[in-house]
Ligand binder design. Structure first.
Ligand code: PRT
Ligand code: ZN
Length: 211
């Protein structure tokens, strides 16, 4: 029996996910051009996937565990357990407006058009604050939307802030703070859970050594 882990095939979380497994003493060949690979010294099978698909694969039990951003877990609304936050892939999902626009609080978003790739989290935030805005879902390059007249504001991931700056935008409201997390299927068998606990023990030791 092997534990099956889903990690990002390529992108911002790929290298750190591989690095974490290596630091846990798990040898895998880096499979950027492969769909899956196996560890040579731990009962672990590694699937390489788009990050957006990872919560569903784990919920469905196609993979037992996965590494993905909390932002994606929440947006996709899948029922999975968060076993451990991993301390990398840190970012925030924020509202931003053109830098010349005055902003005095969330109420200023009322009736605006907001472009985002995170319609679920944004809608929830707007509902909580009793604000009605028009959400324009776009899948990439959200930060150009105000400049081309598609939206008045955006809701996007920010880390250094330089993308916003380069597009003449300013961050005005953090909606969610996020980092990469290890998620697991909520009904693992006792055997799978024992392997997960073994992996978690190593991950926690790696984290401790870094502090
Ligand atoms: O191909 P696949 O679907 O797997 O990847 P993807 O393109 O959807 O995701 P990817 O690789 O860009 O990001 C994966 C995860 O990294 C995200 O879901 C977040 O959890 C995390 N993360 C951390 C970030 C950032 N920081 C980040 N800065 N994801 C995206 N960004 C983007 C942001 O959207 C914006 O375009 O970077 C730009 C802003 O960065 P700064 O530094 O200029 O502020
Ligand atoms: Zn993605």
């Amino acid at each position: 029996m092997k534990l099956r882990i889903a990690i990002q095939k390529s992108g911002r979380l790929h290298d750190d996910s591989i690095k974490l497994l290596k630091e846990c003493g798990i040898d895998i060949n880096n499979g950027v051009n492969k769909l899956k690979t196996e560890a040579s010294n731990f009962p672990l099978e590694v699937f390489f996937l788009r990050d957006d698909d990872i919560p569903q694969y784990v919920e469905d039990g196609v993979a037992d565990i996965g590494i993905v951003g909390e932002n994606v877990i929440i947006e996709k609304g899948r029922t999975v357990s968060i076993a451990e936050k991993l301390g990398f892939g840190k970012c925030r999902l924020s509202l931003a407006v053109p830098k010349t626009v005055e902003y005095n609080g969330v109420q200023d978003m009322d009736k605006l058009r907001i472009a985002t790739s995170y319609p679920v989290i944004l809608q929830q935030f707007l509902d909580e604050h009793k604000i009605s805005a028009e959400i324009h879902e776009i899948s990439g390059s959200v930060e150009i939307a105000p400049g081309i007249g598609l939206a008045d504001a955006i809701c996007d991931l920010v880390s250094s802030g330089s993308t916003l700056f380069m597009n003449g935008l300013k961050e005005v409201q953090v909606i969610l703070k996020s980092e990469a997390a290890l998620i697991s299927n909520s009904s693992l068998t006792p055997e799978q859970d024992a392997l997960l606990q073994k992996l978690l023990f190593r991950i926690q030791a790696v984290k401790k050594a870094k502090n």
